[in-house]
Design a protein around this ligand. Structure first.
Ligand code: ADP
Ligand code: ZN
Ligand code: ZN
Length: 734
């Protein structure tokens, strides 16, 4: 079969189009999904072949020619390629860019490297060697003789080491048909499960596990709603064990943030005794590339990754697990905006395999889908080690305030638990010392000049830091407005709680866990270890604490301030707030004793909080979903946001008004076009921000004309003055 003469190529560019190139005669093999080097304007770029075509879209004489291929095989296999194609279309992102974002950074560059060749190989003397004399090529003769002695072949590197500068001679020998490349086929890892690592599943766990296993070779979405500590991870392990029984099978486990749960990696490694392919952004480029390639060759069978791993080519994928499926970190918010959970579901469907979504607090979308019976809803209602879930109570700050951020109720409880030798967690989702610095005399507040936000005072560095753009400056000695020395700190961040604790609980070792501390590599692991070794009795931390940790000796969790979440203008705030609360609460009482949770609030009578407290998360979700339905909010309607930002507010609004006009003209009348809407923080990092919200009762209403709409927007002259992006199924007000 002769190769088609032209290829459609995608490049890493915001342009929503592809480019045609001529395929030179020298390239004899080329497949969609392969990387090529192409001339582009004055530059040379890496492109990815999208399609081979007979007739180019422009005059063939004007086409440039592909310079070289970078891979001797398609770096994206058919399945991952079509997945990314789908995602690029669904999330309305340029296909070329989408493919590039799916590649590890080291493979986006125009550098041919040995590692990316499809197979590792050795040189071997051919068995039916043509009887050619090497009398006139003595060097080749030496190499050939040497290879004949090494009947199992010799790795290229070994050959180069033995005969420096031998590559032309090798080539000549190959052309003579005297030597050839032989592939080394490495058998994939086999699970080495050690018997002692097996836990006998409880009855509940087995029944959940069985109903998932019943669908092992078909598409099914299982929503595994299991209270914290109910042994979901153990269920995943039993599913993985089963899935691994089919030859070569690979399993993908997605988690919101790997850095936050180093435990899972070690648990997997210990349980299966196999290489675990780790994919996230906090490993070296080289390592990530190597792991990615090994996975794509089927050499690594268990893959643990963050959202970016969802697009990895996994040739023998048999099962996907999305842990903490409610977590917003599964959504990529910049560049190629996608939701890894939803992409995973599509992928499972495409492959006819099951996907398991696990959480103690499922997202409203998933609960809704379960109610519609699109997902199979499975439950683990009991903890493995403790009969009882933690007891949650409110500390009404209107009456319990005792001159300190710690209410008298909480203080009393802390003493009780600490004296019993237990650990206590205090949760506050605000790092730094104080969220505001204020002049007592004139009311001046330290604001960020680049954002509509107060600056947070950090005591360790004596600096004011903006948590939205990271700009910082030293704390002024005097009020810049009235020169008064009477500057006061308002409110509490985690650093200030540390100070309060050292005064109120001087006898107990305290540790702070927030992003300021964990930024240093390895420090999170170190602190987690120390907590497990009971070096610290009181742990004060931000949402990092809420993520999946299993601290056996924590029996009390104090949530210092929940009002912040309740009073937000975002309709999703209550859902997030409840999830966070239940997740943090879940850190308590994970062994034998019943845990206790105290939530400090000024609004204990809030009806949704009351439901959450007295009837639990499922009842809360049902009630809150009812409100969403009444207001026709997602998941009862579908949103697309077209966001824009600019240093110039007028440019921003001119652009968005144009966008709204186009949307009204081109989208069906049933789609409501709202905005420009200004987010509560309009200015961030020196840029004004606003968005247009497209709302449809049925997703299908978008599919007809959203492409046309965006094509129109893309060529608006106003785009030059703004940066804009599209967010399908947004999860944030901005
Ligand atoms: P989840 O992921 O639902 O929070 P885990 O899977 O981490 O829960 O389980 C909580 C704890 O219970 C872990 O320490 C785990 O080892 C233990 N565990 C889970 N299943 C069993 C079981 N069947 N028998 C004994 N211990 C179990
Ligand atoms: Zn002042
Ligand atoms: Zn700022």
């Amino acid at each position: 079969m002769t190769l088609k003469k032209f290829a459609q190529v995608g490049i890493d560019s915001p342009l929503r189009r592809l480019f045609d190139y001529r395929v030179p005669d020298t390239i004899t093999e080329l497949q969609p999904g392969s990387r090529v080097i192409i001339p582009f304007g004055k530059h040379t770029l890496v492109g990815i072949v999208i399609k081979l075509i007979d007739t180019p879209s422009i005059d063939a004489n004007r086409l440039k020619t592909i310079q070289a291929t970078l891979d001797d095989y398609a770096i994206f296999d058919t399945e991952s390629f079509s997945l990314i194609r789908w995602a690029a279309h669904y999330y309305q992102f340029p296909l070329g860019s989408a493919l590039f974002s799916a590649l590890p950074p080291a493979l986006r560059k125009a550098k041919q490297d040995e590692d990316s060749s499809s197979t590792e190989f050795r040189w071997q003397a051919t068995t039916n060697t043509p009887n050619k004399t090497l009398a006139r090529a003595p060097k080749q003769a030496i190499i050939y003789a040497w290879l004949q002695q090494h009947t199992h072949g010799v790795a290229p590197k070994q050959l180069r080491d033995q005969f420096p500068g031998c590559s032309t001679m090798i080539k000549a020998l190959e052309q003579r048909g005297m030597i050839e490349q032989i592939e080394i086929i490495q058998p994939p890892d086999e699970p080495q499960t050690l018997a002692e690592n097996f836990l006998q599943l409880t009855e509940d766990q087995s029944s959940v596990s069985d109903s998932i296993l019943a669908t092992l070779d078909t598409f099914a979405v299982h929503l595994l709603e299991g209270v914290t500590g109910s042994g979901k991870t153990e269920v995943y392990f039993s599913l993985i064990t089963e899935a691994l029984k089919s030859a070569k099978a690979q399993i993908l486990i997605l988690v919101p943030e790997i850095g936050l749960t180093p435990q899972l990696y070690s648990r997997l490694e210990a349980h299966f005794g196999m290489t675990i392919g780790l994919l996230h952004s906090n490993i070296t480029e080289k390592q990530r590339k190597q792991t990615w390639l090994n996975i794509s060759k089927g050499k690594i069978r268990i893959i643990l990754g963050t959202r970016l791993a969802v697009f990895t080519p996994i040739p023998y994928l048999k099962l996907i697990v999305v842990d903490e499926e409610h977590d917003t970190s599964l959504k990529q918010q910049e560049g190629f905006v996608y939701h890894a959970r939803d992409v995973a579901i599509y992928r499972a469907k495409q492959l006819s395999i099951p996907v398991v979504l696990g959480s103690a607090t499922p997202s409203f979308e998933s609960i809704h889908n379960a109610k519609l019976e699109k997902f199979q809803h499975l439950h683990l209602n009991k903890r493995v080690h403790s009969e009882l879930l933690p007891k949650i109570q409110f500390a009404d700050m209107r009456t319990e305030y005792a001159g300190s951020i710690l209410s008298s109720l909480l203080c009393k409880a802390m003493h009780t638990h600490l004296e019993a030798g237990k650990q206590v967690i205090l949760f506050l989702n605000r790092r730094g010392y104080a969220p505001a610095l204020l002049c007592h005399d004139c009311g001046w507040v330290a604001k960020c000049v680049r954002c509509d936000a107060n600056m947070t005072y950090h005591s360790k560095t004596d600096k004011l830091i903006c948590h939205h753009c990271d700009s910082s400056k030293y704390k002024p000695e005097q009020c810049p407005k009235c020169a008064s020395n009477n500057l006061i700190m308002v409110g509490h961040g985690t650093q200030r709680i540390e100070e309060v604790l050292s005064q109120q609980f001087p006898d107990y070792s305290t540790i702070r866990l927030d992003r300021d501390i964990t930024r240093r590599k390895g420090s999170l692991e170190k602190i987690l270890d120390e907590i497990h070794q009971l070096k610290h009795k009181i742990i004060i931390g931000t949402q990092i604490l809420s993520k999946g940790h299993d601290f056996p000796d924590v029996s009390l969790v104090g949530v210092l301030d929940i009002d912040y979440g309740i009073h937000s203008s975002d309709f999703r705030a209550m859902e997030r707030c409840a999830q966070l609360l239940i997740q943090v609460a879940g850190r308590s009482g994970r062994r034998s004793t019943q845990g206790e949770v105290l939530v400090q609030t000024h609004t204990p009578d809030h009806p949704l909080l009351q439901t959450l407290l007295h009837s639990g998360y499922p009842a809360f979700a049902t009630q809150a979903l009812q409100a969403r339905e009444n207001w026709k909010l997602p998941p009862f309607s579908h949103h697309i946001a077209i966001r824009a930002r600019s240093q110039n507010s007028t440019d921003l609004f001119v652009f968005l008004e144009r966008v709204a006009d186009i949307a009204r003209q081109l989208l069906p009348a049933e789609v409501s076009v709202q905005g420009p809407i200004v987010p509560s923080m309009e200015k961030k990092a020196g840029q004004f921000r606003a968005f247009i919200l497209l709302v449809a009762n049925q997703r299908g209403l978008f599919s007809q004309s959203i492409d046309a709409c965006l094509n129109h927007i893309e060529i608006l002259p106003e785009t030059r003055k703004v940066r804009w992006s599209i967010d399908v199924d947004p999860i944030d007000n901005f």
